[in-house]
Design a protein around this ligand. Structure first.
Ligand code: FCB
Length: 457
């Protein structure tokens, strides 16, 4: 499917004066390592996150994704929850090491069969599967030979993409290549906060370029699926100077965070601040290999990033703090819906592609069952309401936004923060794996229902 961006504002088909277009897609997102568990089941190979979680002091509370939400076994219940939620679409990721235990070579039939079952269950429930190829769980065997710092990784990724296209392309139309490539390269290869835990400028720069090459190669591989509609998922967050002296640091971080991946993939160039540093790794023809036509722009957005200069840090920049007057989520992220509106408009103007918001949500640390057995997560509802209002305002101002996926369906493993932060519309009691829809679940269900009826939610 090819979609062209609608740049002429108010005439986006079917939109009422103040509502969402009826064909707007409402969804929910998750990722493999954060929910599946079953880390050793049915021939799954280890990923860099399995390894990283075992390194002392890397993950809060020593948590791991070994069991997570046990979605691997409980997916029918989880799809049932999505049906109750009323979403039209569900975005999940395939665990590369579940289907190719060593990242390449012989595929694991049992792992492939899991995603067959999940996809079939979704389709039977009337929910469209949106499949992301990579949400950070690189097979450990590939990391052992350099992972994203090895240029060959682009080819291994393209082979994996071709396998996924062949296997599921009869039922899946929507494919995303990478989730937040700028974040996993920055956090994994420069800041050492995420797997594989490196902090080296050359590794980081190579990882950026090789991930970009992998994206281009995977887009080409997926084009063999005749109905494929393909995009990447980028976390675009405005980088704001924490103090007046931090302007240059904010500009530098923005070049990496927002530009170093999205620009070459869509505009065939690296941002000027990054280009001279990446140049040693760029071969003739690379930018044409990276910039392959895509059908949409997947946007993850939570908050602006306050940035300060820090000469001791890997790139000379560090995060935070946000100004005292700005309210924050339970996990300390600034709540600034107008930055979301501006981001949607910026991304619309810059890349001229239909935008799907693939992640937006509220992290808390105090979601609890009350005496009546409910979770009254008022703050999450307020956040989601203000952010979806901001999205509507951006659309009214011309941004071509076609869908919104909340992060997340379920509470889950929040990377180096472990299970402390909860982002789900559904509460997960990890001791029993009981699922309890929160107040925000019922709020979102109502909103989706109203919006789909063409009413202003
Ligand atoms: C995003 C990640 C997602 C989740 C949310 C809270 O950066 O893509 O996996 O951790 O943040």
């Amino acid at each position: 499917m090819t979609e062209t961006s609608n740049n002429s504002d108010a005439d986006h088909a079917g939109r009422g004066d103040d509502g969402f277009p009826k064909e707007f897609i409402w969804g929910a997102s998750t990722s493999s390592y954060q929910i599946e568990g079953a880390a050793r089941a049915d021939g799954r190979g280890p990923s860099i996150w399995d390894t990283f979680c075992r390194q002392k002091g890397k993950i809060a509370n020593g948590d791991t994704g070994d069991t997570a939400c046990d979605h691997y076994h409980r997916y029918p219940e989880d799809v049932g929850l999505m049906r109750d939620l009323g979403v039209q679409a569900y975005r999940f990721s395939v665990a590369w090491p579940r289907v190719l235990p060593h990242g390449r070579g012989v595929a694991n039939e049992a792992g492939l069969a899991f995603y067959d079952r999940l996809i079939d269950e979704l389709i039977a429930a009337g929910i469209e599967p949106w499949l992301c190829l990579y949400h950070w769980d690189l097979p450990q065997s590939l990391d052992d030979i350099g992972g994203w710092t090895n240029r060959d990784c682009a080819g291994w990724f393209a082979d994996y993409a071709a396998l996924i296209g062949r296997r599921y392309g009869d039922r899946v139309k929507r494919f995303a290549t990478f989730n937040e490539p700028s974040l996993f390269t920055l956090f994994g290869y420069a800041f050492a906060w995420h797997a594989p835990g490196l902090s080296d400028r050359a590794d980081y720069l190579q990882a950026i370029h090789h991930v970009n090459l992998a994206h281009g190669a995977a887009v080409d591989a997926l084009r063999t699926v005749p109905s494929a509609s393909i995009g990447g998922i980028h976390n675009w967050q405005p980088c704001v100077a924490a103090t007046p002296a931090d302007g240059a640091a904010a500009e530098q971080l923005a070049a990496y965070w927002n530009g170093a991946i999205a620009d070459p993939q869509h505009l065939a160039c690296y941002p000027p601040l990054v280009e001279p540093l990446i140049d040693p790794y760029v071969r003739a023809g690379d930018l044409a290999r990276i910039c392959r036509p895509v059908d949409w722009f997947g946007l993850n957005h939570y908050s602006p990033i306050y940035t300060k200069a820090d000469p001791a840090a890997a790139l000379g920049v560090a995060l935070g703090p946000s100004p005292a007057h700005v309210p924050r989520t339970g996990v300390g992220w600034p709540i600034e819906p107008q930055a979301f509106r501006e981001t949607l408009q910026t991304v619309h103007r810059r890349y001229r592609l239909p935008i799907y918001v693939m992640e937006n949500g509220f992290g808390s640390t105090d979601d609890r069952l009350d005496d009546a057995g409910r979770i009254a997560d008022r703050h999450r509802i307020d956040y989601l309401k203000s952010y979806t209002d901001a999205m509507r305002a951006a659309m009214a101002a011309g941004a071509d936004v076609r869908g919104y996926f909340v992060w997340s369906l379920l509470d889950n493993f929040e990377w180096n923060s472990g299970y402390g932060p909860r982002f789900g519309l559904v509460y997960v009691d990890y001791a029993t794996q009981r699922r309890v829809p929160k107040a925000s679940f019922h709020w979102y269900a109502r909103m989706v229902q109203e919006a789909r009826r063409g009413r202003s939610p």
